[in-house]
Design a protein around this ligand. Structure first.
Ligand SMILES: [Ca+2]
Ligand SMILES: [Ca+2]
Length: 502
């Protein structure tokens, strides 16, 4: 399938490319940048939510699934973008948020009218709340005075969970999928899909010894797989080439894997690597070991997203050579590559200088919490540490923005060349088989994938390694001048080598 060796590129719309000078990225801006993405080697775009939304949760609170937010352009602009992308050989996948709707969605507004309303049972109502907590904190139940009942929300109270035990909900969602498939979409990224159903006996959740709630009855419920199989069957029946990727709110690989497979999703995001605060090769090796259990279960490969500090700051600690070697792990590896806008330029985090720079609600709360005791400078610093906007700075080709600019990297040309070369190599040699003989020792990481051997020296010291096989090697790629002599390879500091046995 086309996605097996593809490189996806996540576009966080408001910060990517602004075509009309209002400081907000838009569909036409993306269209203008398609040649740029094409020359980089991108195969598919992933567009984060662009639907009409009160934006309580960054557009993940949708009030109309079959339209677009006017600040990004018109539905026609989006259709044109899809067509032009396809003409240049790129696929387009979109984010779909079906665990909940915005409380502003007409379905929920209708449900609020009366307990007899046809849409009432599209949501989850109880006379009395149980102890379930929202993943954003506090009770997951919100009281509706008019009907004297509570509705369930696993995230913000402005995001009411849909009742997936009602077949009418499923049929309505199928129509929405159909709407987008007819627009030429090539696949879907499903938001928090393991939250889709809740236990129907509504038993309280247990708490652990630190009194933290264990989400036993509100996520990963037994019945959810049957529904997800139906959704995937519906999509694959429309067109088997349509791609599905799940976001699972868990970093447990065993949990994530059960959502991937022949009748289920093509892959699922695994945050076990992408969201690490520091580069730890031993941990990476152990995770690769666990991720590479089966050829048909393709993991995702990513180090960046719209929710976290950029990998230039986090994993590479602003070292160009380390950043360069990390591109190998993203591309010459078993799994599907997902890049986030601007990482090909080595962009750094956008950091707020004062309160007016902060957009993220989480960061604002932190600021106000610390201001009285710690003062302005420390409050800003602490807010920046939790600010999800760190990766959402405007890309450097914009003149102005709704938010400040991402930090430009002085080595951007070198970094861009690295991405291009390795993406081209991925296209030529991929898809890659599950990794074997994964080893991490003294900041040196090595692995095999079929006939391909990867050795990366992340350390500040040169290393000499004996290759397991004495045979003529074809060097596919190298960095910082490794030197090969018979069955030995000499790697200077922060050098990398990819070879293929003949
Ligand atoms: Ca704009
Ligand atoms: Ca739910």
């Amino acid at each position: 399938m086309w996605w097996e060796k593809a490189v996806f590129y996540e576009i966080y719309l408001p910060s990517f490319a602004d075509s009309n000078g209002d400081g907000i990225g838009d569909f036409n801006g993306i269209k203008e940048r398609l040649p740029y993405l094409k020359q980089l080697g991108i195969d598919a775009l992933w567009l984060t939510p662009f639907y009409p939304s009160p934006k309580i949760d960054n557009g993940y609170d949708v009030s109309d699934y079959c339209d677009v937010d006017r600040q990004y352009g018109t539905l026609q602009d989006l259709e044109e973008l899809i067509q032009v992308a396809k003409k240049s050989g790129m696929h387009v996948i979109i984010d779909v948020v079906f665990n909940h709707t915005s409380t502003q969605h007409p379905w929920f507004q209708s449900a609020l009218q009366s307990t007899e309303d046809k849409k009432r049972d599209w949501y989850i109502w109880r006379d009395r709340p149980n102890n379930w907590e929202s993943f954003f904190g506090g009770s997951a139940w919100e009281y509706d005075e008019k009907s004297q009942q509570y509705y369930y929300h696993s995230f913000a109270k402005e995001q009411a969970d849909l009742n997936w035990h009602n077949p009418a909900v499923k049929h309505a969602i199928f129509q929405i999928l159909d709407f987008w498939i007819k627009k030429g979409i090539d696949g879907f990224r499903f938001d928090v899909i393991n939250n889709l159903t809740v236990s129907q006996d509504f038993k309280d959740n247990p708490v652990d010894e630190t009194r933290r709630q264990i989400h036993q009855n509100d996520v990963n419920q037994p019945g959810v797989l049957a529904i997800l199989k139906e959704i995937n069957a519906y999509i694959k029946n429309c067109n088997p080439e349509l791609f599905t990727v799940a976001e699972i709110s868990s970093d447990d690989l065993k949990c994530i894997e059960q959502y991937v497979g022949a009748e289920l999703f093509d892959t699922a995001f695994n945050f076990n690597l992408g969201s690490q605060e520091k580069l730890n090769l031993n941990y990476f090796a152990s995770q690769y070991e666990a991720m590479n259990t089966a050829a048909e279960k393709l993991p995702t490969l990513f180090f960046n997203s719209h929710d976290m500090s950029r990998s230039w700051e986090r994993l590479a600690d602003k070292n160009v050579d380390v950043y360069y070697l990390l591109i190998v792990l993203l591309t010459i590896n078993h799994g599907i590559t997902f890049l986030f806008q601007g990482e090909e330029l080595g962009l750094g985090d956008f950091l707020a200088a004062n309160l007016t720079d902060i957009r993220d609600i989480q960061a604002k709360n932190k600021y106000f919490e610390l201001l009285p005791s710690d003062g302005e400078v420390r409050a800003i610093a602490a807010a920046n540490l939790v600010n999800r906007d760190r990766s959402r700075g405007m890309l450097p080709f914009n003149i102005k923005g709704w938010i400040g600019s991402a930090k430009v990297n002085e080595s951007e040309k070198v970094i861009m060349a690295g991405y291009k070369a390795l993406i081209a190599l991925r296209h030529k040699e991929g898809p890659f088989l599950p990794l074997e003989k994964i080893q991490a020792e003294n900041d040196l990481l090595s692995y095999w994938s079929g006939d391909i051997h990867v050795i990366l020296n992340f350390s500040e010291k040169p290393r000499q390694i004996e290759l397991l096989e004495d045979r003529p090697w074809q060097t596919l790629w190298s960095h910082n001048g490794p030197y090969l002599a018979k069955n030995k390879i000499y790697l200077p500091e922060r050098a990398g080598w990819i070879g293929k046995r003949n």
